[in-house]
Design a protein around this ligand. Structure first.
Ligand code: CTP
Length: 468
């Protein structure tokens, strides 16, 4: 283990542990990540004794500042590229209505067994007497090798102590591609309601980590199967299921959504594009109809879905800013490229799409490609070819017409000056006509043509040119 303790901060801690005759250990995520070969910059140190005093001594020796959190009994310092948090070993008990523990001093093992998972309970001694020795009383290394999330104590106790750990179990499983131990899954099911004492920010933080994991369906399947999803994100759980009328079923929109999400993860690491994949069909349950002679339809699910986005973002405490607008736009437009690719692809339809999507056109195309989940090879091939065609057209139209971040070549002010009128309905009418003419390809996207067209349209509604 010693080779993994190269950072100079460890030798200072070790020296002070000897001088002060206290035991100190690296513990938790930092140790786990050594075995997973994931370099980490956050070091947790547990001290048998007063963690704050020890941290102050280390900080003095390194000549850096220390931040003390008296209420939590912790202290933190930054040294070079790492952040080190010190805490005294604890034996904890929890009140049932809060995540804030009542703290008592304890042994190293007391401290390890109150941690969330065996893989997060590994400790390495930093005292010179046994420097680098691994202390693993709960077989965390075996679980790491078996890719298993397991709790050191009975999982009912571990999860009941801190219900956020139910989300953490699923998040780690999704990030690392691990399985969750059966008993722990059962404990999540029996503790579900306790998630309600956890703040929305922390739940959403874990949810976002699941979404950013290599294969988010791993996490979402656990969320759904345990019942957590129904509590934290009921709109997504509602996508589940297939209804059959007259022998006709529709696809299961929950599993379809997971497939789209996994697909998009192959092409983007962007959290918000991944959110767009999650939400693209979110209004399907609310818009579902069975039309006689036709089958299942979800008319307007893109509009309703776009309207649901701000509500869901508010509920999940996601930011209500341009990221939300981006997700909303993609949900709104997600059918457009596929509709385009199914019919004759006209220049004007492509121009309109480019006009509405603007700089988000590439993201929209990625979403649409990810949305093709049919198992029918023939259909997949056809869609792909059509997408290529749409993409080529987008490029041509873009080069020729410069429509992506379209600014009207004739402004409202131009119109007012040209006809000597003040702000009002006519200005709006003419502006719309100019935009439509450009999008339809009736006139080119340039000022000269647009002025000429403006004069024509103005005359049609009885306006006279007063300036040139
Ligand atoms: N821990 C815990 N229960 C929690 C949160 C944390 O027992 N609800 C313990 C675990 O031992 C964990 C350590 O505190 O390893 C540090 O927690 P944190 O920094 O939140 O997570 P990491 O395990 O380091 O993982 P990540 O950085 O990916 O969140």
């Amino acid at each position: 283990m010693k080779q993994h303790l190269q950072h100079p901060v460890f030798s200072v801690i070790s020296k002070l542990a000897a001088e002060k005759n206290v035991q100190a250990f690296a513990i938790g995520g930092y140790v786990r990540d050594i075995f997973l070969n994931r370099p980490s910059k956050d070091i947790d140190v547990v001290v048998l004794g007063n963690g704050i005093e020890f941290a102050e001594a280390v900080a003095a020796s390194l000549n850096v500042k220390v931040s003390v959190f008296k209420n939590f009994g912790t202290a933190m310092l930054r040294y070079q590229d790492v952040e080190v948090e010190f805490v005294g070993a604890r034996k904890e008990s929890y009140r049932s209505d809060s995540r804030k523990p009542i703290v008592e001093n304890g042994t190293l093992e007391d401290d390890q067994k109150r941690r969330d998972f065996t893989i997060n309970a590994l400790a390495i001694s930093l005292h010179p007497d046994n420097y680098g020795e691994l202390i693993d009383p709960f077989e965390g290394i075996t679980d790491l090798n078996n890719k298993l999330m397991r709790t050191p104590l009975n999982p009912v106790e571990t999860f009941s102590d801190d219900p956020l750990r139910m989300m953490r179990a699923i998040r780690f499983a999704s990030q690392l591609g691990f399985r969750i131990d059966d008993e722990a899954v059962a404990a999540i099911k029996s503790n579900l309601q306790r998630i309600k004492i956890v703040s929305q920010e922390r739940i959403t933080d874990e949810l976002n980590k699941i979404i950013l994991s290599p294969l988010p369906s791993v996490g979402f399947n656990y969320l759904f199967d345990t019942g957590l999803l129904h509590i934290i994100f009921p709109q997504m759980a509602a996508l589940y299921g297939v209804e059959v009328i007259n022998g006709k079923g529709h696809k299961d929109n929950f599993y379809h959504t997971l497939q789209v999400l996994d697909n998009i993860c192959e092409t983007t690491g962007d959290l918000w594009l991944r959110w767009a994949a999650i939400l693209h069909d979110i209004a399907k349950p609310a818009t579902k109809r069975f039309e006689q002679g036709h089958g299942w339809t979800f008319h307007g699910h893109e509009d309703k879905g776009a309207r649901m986005v701000p509500k869901i973002f508010t509920q999940l405490k996601l930011p209500l800013n341009e990221k939300m607008k981006f997700v909303q736009k993609l949900v709104q437009l997600h059918l457009r490229p596929i509709v385009l690719s199914q019919s004759v692809v006209t220049d004007s339809a492509v121009r309109r799409l480019l006009f509405e999507a603007g700089d988000d056109i590439e993201a929209l195309m990625l979403l649409c490609k990810a949305d093709v989940t049919t198992k029918n090879e023939y259909k997949v091939k056809k869609y792909r070819q059509n997408f290529e065609l749409v993409q080529q057209k987008l490029k041509d139209v873009e080069e020729r017409d410069n429509i992506r971040n379209w600014q009207p070549p004739v402004t409202g002010l131009d119109i007012m000056q040209l006809f000597g009128i003040s702000e009002g309905r006519e200005v709006g009418i003419i502006k719309n006509k100019i935009r439509e003419a450009i999008l339809e390809g009736e006139i080119p996207n340039d000022r000269e043509a647009a002025i000429k067209y403006t004069i024509e349209k103005g005359k049609e509604i009885g306006l006279k040119v007063v300036a040139n």
